[in-house]
Design a protein around this ligand. Structure first.
Ligand code: DLL
Length: 423
């Protein structure tokens, strides 16, 4: 697989020059948010810090944290740091609580997004004129438009299908010789399943760029084998400016490169709020260095990962690499005194031959005690007994549950919901 660069100088800069650049941008961005937004000024003042206190990168710890609540409390755009007539676009995510998080963009912010996303396309091996099929929805969700802005910058041929109508997606991919398929992870699986049903092959398809959901190694292997492609794990979120803003893994497949010229990353211990050592898991905390309309300062993402390496990668890039996201600080489930993560359930289920990729973890309270039911999709060779046995080995207790035929459980458009709370 080729390894192209979109901005080679930025992507391969020396560590010293990255740090100098980050410090210069950190000073500018703290000044910008402090002087242009009253809510930001209040946060700084409450912490007793002024932008002029930022003299080295380590001084970042003096700055206040932001989180999803800060966004929600400032709905619609009270954290915005530019005049409304400077805005060009907005995106929004509702999350599980339903209270929206809004991200406004200036034209320069769209350019910054396109730059990050175009780097991801090139890093995956896309080249000018290649067909890219964009399957996330075009709307408030940032996935569709972000992949579109980046594909324009990378001069790809865009097939903007948006979400849904999987049979038509497959037909268009065949007719327009799609080389790069983009989407949320669970939609990659859906396309694979429908292709099998249709007995269709896509010989031109080479690259899959997937994200927005945990991308476990087992799911990756399944998609790669099923579609005959190489996959890439793309990372980003509404608050940092959308898909691809944070980075993606490269063909060396040794961690997600974070675009450090645009973002400063910290990995923090959730309890002490102090940085953990490289190699240890913690909460990713992000500061946007180059955005105008709404840069985030020390944004607590809630995502768990760790620094894998700060060394130059074999792909030539020098930007820090993190492990794939393993979960959210708040998605740990506790049943019968056992702590576990949805990802562990997924890994256990995928070991069983014949079990499909769609499943439900239903948390329910029975007589005041938290219980869990795990429903899976599987072919007729799989019995409830086998599923229960494997889950017991993983979780240490036997959850109840049912085995449905493949396609028997409901699917959502967009990100798959795995955990349901039943009252
Ligand atoms: O999900 C952006 C995106 C769209 C990324 C399409 C990749 C592909 P939000 O809806 O704001 O934005 O959700 C952001 O999704 O905090 C993570 O918890 C999760 N997430 C995003 N990418 C990954 C990934 C988009 N590669 C939230 N692996 C983040 C695991 C991911 N989780």
């Amino acid at each position: 697989m080729s390894n192209n660069f979109f901005k080679k100088e930025a992507e391969t800069a020396s560590l010293d020059s990255i740090r100098n650049h980050q410090l210069e941008k950190l000073k500018l961005i703290t000044n910008h948010v402090y002087s242009s937004n009253a809510a930001y000024k209040k946060l700084f003042d409450a912490k007793g810090v002024h932008p002029k206190d930022i003299k080295t990168l380590d001084d970042i710890v003096k700055l206040p944290f932001t989180n999803k609540d800060a966004f929600r409390e400032s709905y619609p755009i009270n954290l915005c740091c530019v005049e409304k007539n400077q805005l060009a676009e907005m995106h929004m995510s509702s999350g599980s609580t339903g209270t929206p998080v809004v991200m406004p963009y200036t034209l320069a912010d769209i350019g910054q997004w396109a730059d990050c996303m175009a780097r991801c396309y090139y890093m995956a091996g896309a080249e000018k004129g290649d067909t890219v099929q964009i399957t996330p929805s075009f709307g408030l969700f940032n996935g569709g438009f972000g992949m579109y802005h980046g594909a324009r910058a990378a001069e790809l041929f865009i097939v903007p299908t948006g979400a849904g109508n999987t049979q038509r997606q497959i037909k268009l991919a065949k007719d327009f010789k799609t080389k790069v398929l983009t989407g949320v992870v669970s939609y990659g699986i859906r396309i694979m399943e429908v292709m099998e049903e249709m007995k269709e092959k896509l010989p031109d398809l080479k690259i899959g760029i997937f994200g927005a959901e945990i991308f476990s190694e087992s799911i990756r292997k399944k998609i790669e084998a099923g579609l005959g492609i190489e996959t890439f794990d793309i990372y980003g979120m509404t608050e940092t400016g959308g898909v691809g803003t944070l980075g993606m893994d490269c063909c060396a497949r040794s961690g997600i490169h974070i675009w450090e010229d645009h973002y400063y990353i910290e990995v923090l211990d959730k309890e002490t709020n102090k940085p953990v050592q490289d190699g240890q898991f913690g909460e990713l905390t992000i500061t946007s260095l180059t955005r105008q309309a709404l840069p985030v300062i020390r944004f607590r993402t809630g995502d768990l990962s760790k620094i894998i390496s700060r060394e130059k990668c074999s792909c030539g890039r020098t930007h820090v690499r993190i492990a794939p996201i393993t979960g959210r600080v708040d998605d740990m489930l506790i049943v019968k005194g056992v702590n576990f993560f949805p990802r562990q359930v997924e890994q256990a289920l995928l070991q069983i031959p014949g079990v499909g990729s769609n499943y439900q973890i239903i948390m329910e309270e029975i007589d005041g005690v938290q219980d869990v039911r795990i429903n899976v999709e599987a072919d007729s060779s799989v019995t409830g007994y086998t599923v229960e046995k494997v889950l017991k080995e993983t979780l240490g207790f036997s959850p109840k549950g049912d085995v449905f035929p493949i396609g028997g459980l409901p699917r959502q458009e967009g990100k798959a919901q795995r955990v349901f709370y039943k009252k």
